[in-house]
Design a binder for this molecule. Structure first.
Ligand code: GUN
Length: 291
């Protein structure tokens, strides 16, 4: 029997923990605050940021949303980050990626105060993660670890294949899987667009994590019987419906579901965990900053 993993259910448990933490912090007059900054007209990015803001409201976190016209020079964004770094009511800062081409993404990440970097993308936080001393684990890979733990899926000694090498998901995911300790100790292979014989690699994996941003690229022929299949992809593809698009993952769900031991759907799999772990990191940031 294949387990269809309910990401909303797992995320609800984490959100309840976050709410309990905000209640405890309130006793010391601390209200965690998250600032989101959007410098894009992209509809998907707008949707993600508004989902993050709504989740703040629901868990007692103060949400501050900032929009910057994507035509503005990079300095406008840098100045806003500076203000947010100095604002004591803001404990976490998230600049939604991607930013426009004329803005240097690395400079954006480096300008965010590392103790407010709830994405975990600042080089100091990336270094800490790699060193096994993470301050903020990046939200999506951390959410995948929470899914595996909630489903009782052991990683120790298992063969894990991460498909995709992005800074946001693939690289930190692989780093977490090879760390010592719970949710780690996996023999981890990172595959990407230049990988040869991809199916040979994924077929050997106990755990396949698809994060390449290519619609339905992993099909049933590419996984072994009983494998755990985690789909991080959220791709908008044209569809003949009211919205004109539908969301599909990087996994061909129908062909993998019969063969997999456990599989995440899209939507309702990893997505809700990404938001829950952002709230978790924001509360952690508030705890660190309030002493
Ligand atoms: N764009 C897509 N995913 C993310 C994320 O996790 N954080 C930020 N800041 N931007 C993103």
């Amino acid at each position: 029997m294949t387990t269809i993993i309910d990401g909303n259910d797992i995320a609800d448990g984490i959100r309840a923990e976050v709410s309990a933490c905000t209640d405890t912090l309130a006793e010391s007059d601390v209200r965690p605050g998250l600032a989101t900054v959007l410098m894009s007209d992209d509809g998907a990015s707008e949707t993600y940021v508004s989902m993050k803001q709504r989740a703040c409201e629901e868990t007692g976190i103060a949400g501050f949303h900032h929009e910057i016209d994507p035509e503005e020079p990079a300095e406008v964004l840098f100045d806003r980050i500076e203000e947010l770094n100095a604002d004591p009511t803001v404990h976490g800062i998230l600049v939604q990626m991607p930013v426009p081409d004329h803005v240097d993404k690395r400079e954006v990440l480096e300008r965010i105060d590392p103790v407010k970097d709830v994405d975990g993308f600042h080089p100091e936080n990336v270094g800490r993660l790699v060193a096994g001393n993470a301050r903020f684990k990046p939200c999506t890979p951390h959410g995948v670890q929470k899914i595996l733990a909630a489903e009782g899926i052991e990683t120790e000694g298992k063969d894990a294949v991460v498909v995709g090498r992005s800074d946001i998901v693939g690289k930190p995911m692989a780093n977490l899987l090879v760390q010592y300790g719970e949710g780690g100790n996996a023999t981890t292979t990172v595959c990407h667009s230049r990988t040869q014989n991809l199916a040979e690699k994924t077929r050997n994996a106990d755990i396949v994590i698809a994060a390449a941003g290519v619609p339905e690229m992993i099909d049933g022929e590419m996984i072994q019987e009983g494998a755990t299949v985690i789909d991080v992809g959220i791709n908008r593809v044209d569809a003949d419906n009211e919205k004109g698009y539908e969301l599909v993952g990087d996994v061909n769900f129908d062909s993998c579901r019969e063969k997999a031991g456990a599989i995440t759907p899209v939507p309702g799999g990893v997505g809700p965990l990404t938001i829950a772990m952002l709230l978790y990191n924001t509360v952690k940031a508030a705890s660190i900053q309030s002493g």
